[in-house]
Design a binder for this molecule. Structure first.
Ligand code: ADE
Length: 253
């Protein structure tokens, strides 16, 4: 039986159809490395019209998702998965990143992901929530896209889901961005693959890739380098790059 369980609590179950039938997530499901269940909050509406939202107390625009249908949904999932951790997707949550994805992938994977919608959810669901997660400082129309982001980023880190070691080179894995990659053909519209990559010299290729990852990070995300333990050689590579930029600027003048 699959151990790694995600249960999504949503008002839009169909939003996950393509996600579950695509690429690595699809393969992980078919190899029983993960299981994804989707539960429609409307199933737990306590009226004939299946209404699960209402106007906010105190006034204001928009509709608020009612607490009880959400609490009932969580409780019913918990009868099958009593140890599941309940994660609320919300722009107010802790910001998701690669380190968090890694730590979530190393625990027992049994998560209930609650997708909010409308203007928000009645605050009285909070005692049923273990963690609140945001995927960035912007407001989306609902938690469905964030739930997919979280499941995708955790799943690819589960041992055996993608080719061993391939995620060790991931951008952010060691606070460096990725090095540039190339595939056939060797020349595209006059642009050649760096010669070192076709040399077959594995040690030199590894050095080159590290150097490129370092410079990529320096050019695009200097802030990440503050967390990275630069070696003497690394510092030299960056200094040489800065010098080459200065020289090329002087030539242009
Ligand atoms: N719901 C709406 N916006 C969100 C965000 N940025 N992260 C997580 N859940 C959300």
């Amino acid at each position: 039986m699959t151990k790694n369980q995600f249960t999504i609590v949503t008002l839009f179950p169909n939003a996950f159809n393509d996600f579950m039938q695509t690429s690595i997530v699809k393969r992980a499901i078919s190899k029983k490395q993960i299981n994804i269940d989707i539960v429609d909050i409307r199933t737990f509406a306590d009226n004939n019209h299946q209404q699960i939202d209402d106007a906010p107390y105190g006034g204001g625009s928009g509709m608020v998702l009612q607490a009880l249908p959400v609490i009932k949904t969580i409780n019913s999932i918990k009868t099958a998965h009593p140890t599941a951790q309940v994660i609320l997707l919300s722009p107010q949550g802790q910001q998701w990143n690669h380190q968090l994805a890694y730590s979530y992938s190393q625990k027992d994977i049994n998560y209930i992901l609650v997708c909010g919608h409308y203007e928000g959810i009645d605050e009285r669901i909070m005692p049923y929530i273990d963690a609140e997660v945001s995927i960035g400082d912007y407001v989306l129309t609902g938690g469905e896209l964030p739930a997919m982001v979280i499941i995708d980023s955790i799943t690819r880190l589960i041992p055996g889901v993608i080719v061993t070691d391939s995620h060790l080179n991931d951008s952010f894995n060691n606070s460096l961005l990725d090095y540039p990659t190339y595939t056939r053909p060797e020349v595209v519209l006059g642009m050649k693959v760096p010669a070192i990559l076709t040399s077959g010299h594995h040690e030199k290729i590894a050095q080159y890739r590290h150097q490129q990852a370092l410079l990529n990070t320096y050019k695009k995300r200097k802030d990440l380098l503050k967390k990275y333990p630069l070696s003497v050689k690394d510092k030299q590579i960056i200094e040489e790059y800065k010098l080459s930029i200065k020289k090329s600027r002087r030539k242009e003048q």
